[in-house]
Ligand binder design. Sequence first.
Ligand SMILES: [Zn+2]
Ligand SMILES: [Zn+2]
Length: 80
Amino acid sequence: MNICPLCNGFRELLLYCENCGGKLEDKGKMMDYFGAYSPYMEIDLMKRIDGYPSTLSRHECAHLFYCLHCGNEQTQFIKE
Ligand SMILES: [Zn+2]
Ligand SMILES: [Zn+2]
């Protein structure tokens, strides 16, 4: 069984916004967001995941990072 260190609080990942250089906040596992927001948001997330190899087969956990300064969102794949 693979465990994501971020989901389990073992580790914190410090990332910076590619737009403004501000600190990004971990919004959690991306899969948790499906169905949680408006249809527009879901489609947007689907598009972003589309084209990536399956995160399940690679044992990677997709996390959504959000910039508190400019509202930029970045997806980061965490090795489990
Ligand atoms: Zn995770
Ligand atoms: Zn930013």
